[in-house]
Design a binder for this molecule. Sequence first.
Ligand code: NAP
Ligand code: HSE
Length: 428
Amino acid sequence: MTDPLRIGLAGLGTVGVGIVRIVQSHAELLAARAGRPVQITAVSARSKGKDRGVDLSAYAWEDDPVDLAGRDDVDVVIEVMGGHDGPAKDTTEAALAAGKDVVSANKALLAIHGQALAEAAEAAGRVIRFEAAVAGGIPVVKTLTEGLAANEITRIVGVMNGSCNYILTRMEDAGLTYQEVFDEANGLGYLEADPELDVGGIDAAHKLALLASIAFGTQVNFDGVALEGIGSVTIDDIRQAADMGYKIKLLGVAQMSGRGLEQRMQPCLVPDTSPLGQLAGGTNMVMLEGDAVGQIVMRGAGAGEGPTASAVMGDVMDLARGLRVSTFGQPASSLRKARPAQGAVPAPYYLRLKLLDKPGALAKVATILGDAGVSIDRMRQYDHADTAAPVLIVTHRTTRTALDEAVARFEGTGVVTAPPVAIRIEAV
Ligand code: NAP
Ligand code: HSE
């Protein structure tokens, strides 16, 4: 057998411990598949004395992960500490400067500093691999970078934050409000330490920006993601969307057109019979569409010790086998700065209104929609005890601008009694 691949592991939390478990329990399997042993030589975390439920006695300890990155007995540095600056960034830069490849699960770091880090890797003749940063255990980065390398990617659509999907599913199943389920999930420790990363869509937008960079050969641009979290989704919308045959999902969509690069992370309606519509609980799903391959759907655990460590170790195994792909799938210097698209491609919309139940009220609304060029596909009015009727409209394909113009004029009709809710319906 040839020389072992020697790992320096920075971070011994949920993911780091999962990596230790795989390396220790699958030593033979890893060596057989890589053709060489895959070993951990040194580790780093904040508190040396903490019992982590795994035996670390065979590994050297470094208090400072930057020192770990510079060790002569480390070939690959795994960064699983988290945070988009500070130790994670310093350690990654130090590893590259010391001529080591980096494997990372850190979507925040790469979504914000990805281009600069990819350039630093290239200058050092190294790579950064980040399968675990997107959709946990689902090998979507590898699929996009390698399996679909010969395709022009036409669209990426996905549910990439398990916590949000859990909250939306639980609201529907238990008939609870957003706030009730949020409090419950937070109490159970299902949300990030800063829950806004999850429910504000930021974590999922980091992941989408990384996939978009690989798919479209563009510099990762997290700031270019049009971002809306799930905090405004109501149980009424979930119920009434279901009544019209839809589910509400926090959906990430990236596509390139003549109008530029569109990256959106927002609540959308999808048909309840579609694979995305049927995705329940904390699971992730990513759909990739390529001109030659058509559509691929991947589903699995987006987080957790085992799934995330599995993805990290998949990258490590590539490096152990000598498989080296540029950080974003092509040389960093060739990644273009994409022009962000102004507005999303047209789509049907779901519109929920409360209308005074009196003659001519619906006609006023329909006239405004018609004048704005928005055509009605389906409509439903629900029973009501008070003077205002809940009315649901599904439009034909329209632009968000046309819809917003119409909605802005509703107030002047005197018949719309509550702020209207408009949610995009994504074809999946
Ligand atoms: P975690 O449980 O909070 O663990 C973080 C680890 O980093 C801890 O061991 C901590 O040390 C160590 N650490 C923090 N600051 C440090 C410093 N300055 N020097 C040395 N060590 C330091 O985090 P995690 O859940 O494993 O996540 C790690 C990364 O994976 C993050 O980027 C996260 O976004 C990503 N990720 C996680 C999941 C998941 O399911 N957890 C899924 C996908 C991606 P102590 O233990 O001593 O405090
Ligand atoms: N908080 C994320 C989620 C997991 O709920 O999907 C880590 O990316």
